[in-house]
Ligand binder design. Sequence first.
Ligand SMILES: Cc1ncc(COP(=O)(O)O)c(C=O)c1O
Length: 465
Amino acid sequence: MTDRQGMGNETERLQAARLRELDARHVWHPFTQMNEWQDGETLLIERGEGVYLYDVEGRRYLDGVSSLWCNVHGHRHPIIDRYVREQLDRLAHSTFLGLSHAPAVRLAAKLAEIAPERLTRVFFSDSGSTAVEAAVKIAYQYHQQNGEPARTAFAALSAAYHGDTLGSVSLGGIDLFHAAYRPLLFDVVRVPTPAPYRDLPIDPSASDAELARHPAAAPLLDVFRRHGERLCALVMEPLVQGAAGMLLHPKGFLALARRLCDRYGALLVLDEVATGFGRTGTMFACEQERVAPDLMAVAKGLTGGYLPVAATLAAEAVFDAFRGAPESHRTFYHGHTYTANPLGCAAALGSLDVFEREQVMAQLPEKVAHFKKAVERLRGSSHVGDIRIIGLMAAVDLLRDPAGGQAYPEAWRMGYKVCMEARRHGVIVRPLGDSVVLMPPLAVLPQEIDLLVAAIQQAIERVCR
Ligand SMILES: Cc1ncc(COP(=O)(O)O)c(C=O)c1O
């Protein structure tokens, strides 16, 4: 697992030691208990190549979580590199407030072409959180300006995760991440996650009486019956709730959500930040239920995992509510300094070009089938409980006693320990609690999937035995 390009000699070793010292002294890492971090061994990544990352000592790791679910075609893809370099020779950044530029215009047009048909307008921002934040504000303002100012309530799923800015956190339902901020947040009507009934399909065209008998459809219907008149929007991830632990929804749940939003006059906002760009096996997850939302947030894979560009796609009817004379103040007063950054837009154009040139979506079903089969094999391991897989995303639950369904004590940090051990077997993964997430880039090859799964298996056996 080593190559010769890392920090092999004495000077380089000293540099690495110095970097670790400075990291410990000055850096505050995200989602990280810094006490634990400072007690651990800081892995310094130096470069990437395809689905691999290399540390400063020259060790190679398979990027098993796609650099936090965003890498698509591998690191340093020559086509994306070229798009970014060529853009760098022209312009790194100019504001998108009052000006426009080719990479963003081309990207907006391209997104409108590949997204569900109803989505014709593209509002750029910088991250998944800001894409959702913009969607929340657009949905709210839309109703204010469209003759229904009483529609102020948002509905979201329990265990929802939509990012870390305050609007996105308001929608969030993961106490560990969100409870501390409750006094700062707006209220949200909760729809219980339908995940416990993932194997019980819903017929979205069923009568209300039939829906009321379905354990996942009934609470959704109930929320609309009780709050439908004041609902501004239902915000949800389509098909699967990623950060909640890859919680899979029953077939038909999304289509039912669309139908109920239409019936009660609420907007459907889909967060495709994690699921977009092929991750679930289709370009966008909502395609699998033939659902087009009114607003859709995309980020992560948009630039192939290169640069922080995100977008909120809107239906023309939503956009129209913002038209008017300047003094009507129907304007969407929102935007960031780096909105539609040209380098990021160029990377996104490069990534979408790779999708076409390399026929990425055509090759995906075979990889998805291989991935499913390989990950399913972990079911045989002791200390593995439920496994959830969709497309090239999977979560493997670690349990102290799988037969009795007994979890490990939180303080044992088993998910974390398995992921740390996995590094010794040449893969980088990150846990969600005691679930190990496997999410390789779409560019992963079957033999690399096998390598990833074998490493996880060994790590589980080592840590949990
Ligand atoms: C579904 C979903 N929405 C939003 C976000 C937030 O994206 P970002 O971290 O780019 O702000 C994430 C990140 O994991 C996500 O999974």
